[in-house]
Design a protein around this ligand. Structure first.
Ligand code: E4P
Length: 218
């Protein structure tokens, strides 16, 4: 399973790279706003340090304008993955970007298995179902991931399931159990995967016993 960081914060991204945990990055207009920088500059800075896909999102809603923005974003770096919304214009743009620009596309704002089916048919590289936002409506985000996995496997679609809007470590575990290809999560959530009270307790006990030996490893 690949780990993408759902952030435009360079410091956080660098920390995950140093930990050896990072396979890519996803951004969106809200994350660019939070970063306080210009989309072209922030995306370039991220692409300079990340080898994997870096999603940058178009903000136009009409096909022609989406394509114009996709051209601009694609010029930033070869690993920029164009993110388009799950609308008819977005799907049309996805098809063109894949076939004519030969670029990776991340179809975002997916909330149902049928939407994911359309994205796969449009040749999307990634589909981003927003599990946290689905949970917020009282439905089960992970059920949607499970349905998409089954549909993609039924027809051997190569589109990767990029579990998005991840809020908890349990979302990560469930996505991994189902067989989602990628999770994108806030860096704090990815780092929280390491936590277990018995690890802390065990380490404290080992260190206390070690201190009693009076030894040093040298
Ligand atoms: C993913 O690509 C999206 O940017 C992100 O996961 C949305 O998450 P949110 O629902 O926490 O805003």
């Amino acid at each position: 399973m690949k780990f993408f960081a759902d952030t435009a914060d360079i410091k956080e991204i660098r920390e995950l790279i140093d930990l050896g945990l990072l396979d890519g990055v996803t951004t969106n207009p809200s994350l660019i706003l939070k970063s306080g920088g210009k989309i072209s500059e922030v995306t370039k800075q991220i692409c300079d340090i990340v080898e994997g896909p870096v999603s940058a999102e178009v903000v136009a809603t009409e096909y022609k304008n989406m394509m114009a923005e996709a051209e601009v974003l694609a010029k930033i770096a070869p690993n920029v993955t164009i993110k388009v919304p799950l609308t008819l214009d977005g799907l049309k743009a996805c098809k063109t970007i894949r076939t004519e620009m030969n670029r990776m596309v991340n179809v975002t704002l997916c909330f149902s298995a049928n939407q994911a089916l359309l994205a796969a048919k449009a040749g999307a590289s990634f589909i981003s179902p927003f599990v946290g936002r689905i949970d917020d409506t009282g439905s089960d985000g992970m059920e949607v991931i499970q349905e998409i996995r089954q549909i993609y496997d039924n027809y051997d679609f190569q589109t990767e399931i990029l579990t998005a809007s991840v809020r908890t470590v349990n979302h990560v575990k469930q996505a991994a159990l189902i067989g989602a290809d990628v999770v994108t999560a806030p860096p704090a959530t990815l780092k929280a995967l390491v936590n277990h009270p018995l690890t802390d307790k065990g380490l404290a006990a080992f260190l206390a016993d070690w201190a009693k030996t009076g030894q040093k490893i040298s």
